[in-house]
Design a protein around this ligand. Structure first.
Ligand SMILES: *Cc1c(COP(=O)(O)O)cnc(C)c1O
Length: 434
């Protein structure tokens, strides 16, 4: 086992002044029960911790870094912008530039507003949907994550109309979540009924490829049903593409599946590694926002010019010919052979993936929603995680997160990762070989 004395020391001191030592819970490596990673630097797909250990990174800042760490062109545009001042709280032209770029790539977004995090974007999108429709209720899906917005920290309900909702967090008033219904993901008929029967429904929000319970794609049928039923009720469909936007294709999941929402939520990749997120849609909806309309929404650092130039550079680089084909090629190279190998094992393991996002689920051969997650063998995943971690490959320290391939991953790094995974699987499941 590698030595990480500096990491241990920093973690110990951080715990005295920051709850759990971390500013976002997953960083604590609680499931893995080891000292968390304390990183100092990253270059391409390689990260280095404060003890000089290096790892090949498949978390990529939870999906934000499609081009790898410290991409030279992004870094350079940031430095140039920082020299001119970093925050004004006034209009800057960089906001116009990124907004124009995003709206040209995603034509279902006529206007867009920037904020600083995915959570903030979702929270604002919900307020906008309620303001625009004059209705209150929100439908979400079990196992979908939309940031830590009060109204969306809701678990499963137990029946269509008499849902006994309960929050997944303390501190969320019952009154807030009473307006939220959480339904089983991918259950077409059940959800169709529920949407039809729900009165006062302002919006349905979903992750078109769930990436926060591990990768679980929505079926095309499910997406189609949501589009049809929301249209019939004149309810807004909010597509949360914070993780899938500029990830599963240049036009995200909406481009990939050909089904578009009324409000699109973006984050992660569009900040190029800096804090930026956005929500957008048709003019008629977006113009309800203050100062034009009566839905209030604001932010001191919203549209921050440093984040805007980073995001613009990232999106421009991704927009070049062949980038998504390249990402797919890299991901296929990493996973195809492993998938073949898994087929020959008796063990229940599956890889679920869309584009360059993927998850290894141990203990199950298919996951279609959070109702399947109890089948997942957490211990086996954590053993897998540790094996990779100790050999210099960083996968998420929890079984219910997505892995990401970036454009920066090199052939050599992919070969090393693939071989390690094959080694782990053959050692562990050799006895199960058919
Ligand atoms: C990450 C994520 C969010 C929250 O974004 P933050 O920037 O972490 O607040 C919301 N929705 C989805 C689908 C996400 O993956």
């Amino acid at each position: 086992m590698e030595q990480r004395p500096n990491s241990e020391k920093i973690f110990k001191l951080s715990k005295q002044v920051i709850p759990g030592g971390v500013n976002s819970p997953v960083r604590a490596f609680k499931d893995a029960e080891i000292t968390p990673l304390v990183l100092r630097s990253g270059k391409g797909a390689e990260i280095t911790d404060v003890d000089e250990n290096t790892y090949i990174d498949y978390c990529c800042s939870w999906g934000a870094l499609a081009l790898g760490h410290a991409h030279p062109e992004i870094t350079e545009s940031v430095i140039e912008r920082v020299k001119l001042g970093s925050s004004f709280g006034t209009m800057t032209e960089e906001e116009r530039d990124l907004a124009t770029l995003l709206c040209s790539i995603l034509p279902w977004m006529e206007k867009v507003r920037f904020v600083s995090s995915g959570t903030e974007a979702v929270m604002s999108a919900i307020r906008l949907a309620r303001g625009y429709t004059g209705r209150t209720k929100i439908i979400k899906f079990n196992g979908n994550y939309h940031g830590h917005v009060d109204a969306l920290l809701v678990q499963a309900g137990s029946g269509v109309m008499n849902l006994t909702t309960s929050s997944t967090s303390l501190g969320v008033p019952q009154a807030v979540i009473e307006s939220t219904l959480s339904l089983p993901y991918n259950d077409v008929e059940y959800c169709r009924e529920a949407i039809r029967k729900t009165e006062d429904l302002a919006a349905v929000i979903l992750e078109p490829v769930a990436g926060n319970m591990g990768v679980v794609p929505a079926s095309k049928e499910f997406l189609q049903m949501l589009r049809e039923e929301t249209q019939k009720k004149e309810t807004l469909l909010i597509i949360d593409e914070v993780i899938t936007g500029f990830r599963v294709s240049l036009q995200g999941a909406q481009g990939l599946y050909g089904i578009t929402g009324d409000i699109t939520v973006l984050g992660k990749i569009i900040g190029g590694g800096y804090p930026a997120a956005a929500f957008g849609g048709k003019k008629e909806i977006m113009d309800q926002l203050a100062p034009l309309g009566k839905v209030y929404q604001a932010g001191t650092l919203s549209g921050n010019p440093v984040a805007m130039v980073a995001g613009k550079k990232a999106v421009e680089l991704l927009k070049r010919e062949g980038q998504y084909e390249d990402l797919q090629r890299k991901t296929d190279f990493l996973l195809n052979e492993i998938e073949e190998f898994i087929k020959g094992l008796e063990a229940k393991i599956c890889i679920q993936r869309v584009g360059s996002m993927f998850t290894f689920f141990f203990g199950s051969s298919s996951i279609t929603g959070s109702h399947d997650l109890s089948k997942v063998n957490k211990e086996e995943y954590l053993e897998f995680f540790m094996y990779l971690f100790e050999n210099g490959v960083y996968f998420p320290p929890s079984p219910f997160e997505a892995c990401f391939v970036s454009l920066a991953h090199t052939q050599e790094q992919l070969v090393k990762t693939k071989n390690l995974i094959l080694q782990f699987l053959s050692k562990k499941y050799a006895l199960c070989l058919a």
